[in-house]
Design a protein around this ligand. Structure first.
Ligand code: SAH
Length: 356
């Protein structure tokens, strides 16, 4: 019999399971504390649970389903990149980015991705499957534990491998577990779902009873350029996407950001800045510019600091907030999908490669 992964369960479901075992109600609070506050990965560690009950849980459930295969730490900024193996051999990656005042965890929502965005490393491998909520939550728990952040607040962004809104149900379920005070106890500002498309699902996320923020990967100043960069995502028009993102903000007093990758000479001309400002005008979105992070076989040129500066200057007077995301972990293949595509082609080293 295959064991169920206990981190797939929402807190009400966990309570249900524990009481169905004939245990007192408070037992599920103890269990949740071990799983989400102390970040235990085995039932044997849960020393204040009766030994017989630990054995019963061990027989029917796993406390963690994703195992770390390798971890690399950036010598430049302490960013850590993890490659996980799942029960069926599927591999995903997650990134931990420490900043002065906060830590951001970047998690995957799918093994591979069915959208073939031309600049994205994940698109170079094959789409395999959706992740379960437990596999998403595991990434958060393992990274927190590894960074010594048990019981501390972190931020989570769904910007790793995959398109979260194509795995809607499991992503929403994972956010329920992240939100719950007995789960990871995270509010809307700490969780960002990043999507490239699907206006109906953006609206459905707005209407779901979960708390999160939204990032829309716009990446182009018009539908024509967008369809060359993100052919599948561009099935829906930019205007429809902006309207859906606005619905997300207005219907719940939530935050949405537009993400715009800077591909030198492709979407960074003066006329592109003007068109982008025109699109963003009148909406309450922040704009986050992401300089292209080159993969190992980079097909695009990196943008110069001077060109970034020039692009920003044209937007600043017109768009409420413009930020530039600085690349993290450039020495450890930390761009979306880089470690995964590498592991598809080479046998990775199973140990920490700090400083390499
Ligand atoms: N599918 C989702 C989430 C994964 S991609 C989405 O598209 O939003 C997360 C972010 O990384 C997106 O904004 C995407 O445009 C950006 N991205 C992908 N490849 C990149 C690269 N090589 N350099 C910089 N940003 C990249």
């Amino acid at each position: 019999m295959t064991r169920q992964h206990i981190r797939n369960l929402t807190m009400p479901e966990l309570r249900e399971v524990v009481t169905s075992h004939g245990e007192p109600e408070y037992r599920y609070r103890q269990l949740a504390k071990w799983l989400y506050e102390k970040l235990a990965d085995t039932f044997a560690d849960m020393t204040d649970l009766p030994a017989g009950y630990r054995d019963l849980l061990e027989a029917g459930y796993s406390a963690q389903s994703a195992c770390v295969v390798s971890m690399q730490e950036s010598a430049i900024d302490g960013t850590r990149k993890y490659l996980f193996e799942l029960h069926d051999g599927g591999r995903i990656e997650s990134v931990m980015m420490p900043y002065d005042q906060r830590t951001t965890l970047c998690v995957s929502s799918q093994v591979g991705c069915p959208l073939d965005c031309v600049f994205c490393e994940t698109a170079k491998g094959k789409f395999q499957r959706n992740l379960t909520a437990g596999e998403i939550v595991d990434q958060v728990c393992v990274l927190k534990r590894d960074a010594g952040l048990a019981g501390r607040k972190v931020n989570v962004v769904f910007m790793g491998m995959g398109e979260p809104l194509l795995n809607f149900d499991e992503v929403v379920r994972s956010i329920r577990i992240l939100n719950d005070p007995l789960g990871l106890d995270m509010g809307a500002k700490r969780i960002t779902v990043s999507t490239s498309s699907f206006p109906d699902r953006i609206r459905a996320l707005a209407d779901a009873d979960v708390s999160c923020s939204l990032a829309l990967s716009l990446n182009a100043p018009n539908d024509e350029t967008r369809s060359t960069l993100m052919p599948k995502a561009a099935r829906f028009a930019i205007e429809e996407l902006l309207e859906a993102a606005n619905y997300f903000v207005q219907s719940g007093n939530r935050r949405a950001t537009l993400e715009y990758i800077l591909l030198s000479g492709i979407n960074t001309k003066d006329e592109d800045a003007a068109a982008l400002a025109e699109l963003a005008r009148g909406y309450p979105f922040k704009l986050n510019l992401i300089p292209y992070n080159p993969g190992r076989q980079s097909e695009f040129d990196s943008i110069s600091e001077a060109d970034i500066d020039r692009f920003v200057r044209q937007l600043v007077p017109k768009v409420p907030t413009v930020t530039v995301r600085r690349s993290r972990g450039l020495d450890i293949d930390a761009a979306c999908g880089q470690l995964w595509t590498k592991s598809l082609t080479e046998k990775e080293k199973p140990v920490k490669e700090a400083g390499e």
